[in-house]
Design a protein around this ligand. Structure first.
Ligand SMILES: *Cc1c(COP(=O)(O)O)cnc(C)c1O
Length: 313
């Protein structure tokens, strides 16, 4: 089933090679290792994203370098990346945050290997190309809350058969003649079977998310908040709005009324490293909230969310 899921995934990507993993974090760890990234190297990541990126880079012994974001898209800012590139820089991990593609043209122009982090953007596109096909390699997550799920699970994708072979060699430890440090990062057949069915439903999941976003966009258009970027290829893993003030009280009030809105990032990644120059990230952390969006949300739910938000915010 794992083999079948990998093949179906490659077909969806329009070619290339894929390796299933036990999680998105494991996929990140394996691709960094496969690219030969070790201690003494630097890997640039955005600050406004979950700590899985920080963990994966730290597993390898390389130094994570969190940089600031574009406040309109919440994606990594290519100008900020440029400021942090030096002779130790080995890769940039580029998440397509909340389902919206990062500015790939500007990032590719920097000529540093890019690992696309498509954990929030499986099935998304950038200028008609599948996300995950633009960089050196890509990773995906199929955790329970993602756009498609296998419970826990992940994928590494690349057009380089060498890289994916290396990932597969490191992914499992048993039945090997030689010894090197290997991992147990396999996906199970049960998960892969689920992944096959989920993959066949992916386009429908994305269409439903887009339809909900259209309703939110029109309901919120006369309020003084910053809506998500209105791009046709946004797949709305999260519907993130900027209220332009500290959201702490709004979040509390909405939760009290049964609407589970959250900060879209739990804590920015420059904080544990005690870095101070991610100003846009701090602002976005303070001022943005994520409004519930998922394919099974009913018309009644959507109306109640809109109504409650308008009364509360
Ligand atoms: C969820 C996520 C990951 C990690 O995936 P897991 O399967 O939870 O390990 C990595 N990057 C991003 C952007 C994510 O959203």
């Amino acid at each position: 089933m794992v083999y079948r899921f990998e093949n179906a995934f490659v077909k969806k990507m329009g070619g290339g090679y894929a390796a299933c993993t036990s999680s998105g974090t494991a996929a990140l760890h394996l691709i960094l290792l496969a690219m030969g990234i070790y201690s003494g190297d630097e890997v640039i990541i955005p600050s406004f994203v979950c700590s899985a990126l920080l963990n994966a880079v730290n597993y390898t012994g390389a130094s994570p370098v969190p940089v600031d974001i574009n406040p309109l898209t919440y994606n990594i800012d290519p100008e900020e990346v440029k400021k942090h590139v030096n002779e130790k820089t080995r890769a940039i991990i580029v998440p397509h945050i909340f389902g919206a593609a990062a500015d790939m043209d500007s990032l590719l122009a920097l000529d540093i290997p890019i690992i696309e982090d498509c954990a929030q953007a499986v099935g998304g596109t950038y200028k008609k190309k599948q996300l995950g096909t633009l960089g050196h390699a890509a990773i995906f997550s199929f955790y329970a809350t993602k756009v498609m799920t296998t419970g826990e699970g992940g994928m590494v994708f690349s057009f380089s058969d060498k890289l994916i072979d290396r990932v597969k060699k490191l992914r499992e430890y048993d039945n090997r003649e030689d010894y090197e440090i290997r991992y147990n990062y396999k996906m199970t057949d049960i998960q892969a079977a689920m992944g096959l069915v989920q993959l066949s439903r992916l386009d429908d999941f994305i269409q439903k998310r887009k339809n909900i976003a259209v309703q939110y966009n029109s309901a919120f258009k006369n309020i003084d908040i910053q809506l998500p970027e209105q791009k046709k290829d946004h797949i709305y893993f999260r519907y993130v709005i900027n209220l332009k003030f500290d959201t702490a009280n709004t979040l509390k009030h909405l939760k009290n009324k049964g609407i589970m809105c959250e900060r879209p990032v739990y804590t920015p990644l420059h904080r544990p490293l005690l870095l101070k120059d991610c100003i846009q990230t701090e602002k976005a952390w303070k001022q943005t909230i994520s409004i519930p969006i998922y394919p099974s949300l009913t018309k009644n739910d959507i109306n109640r969310i809109i109504q409650t938000f308008k009364e509360t915010y």
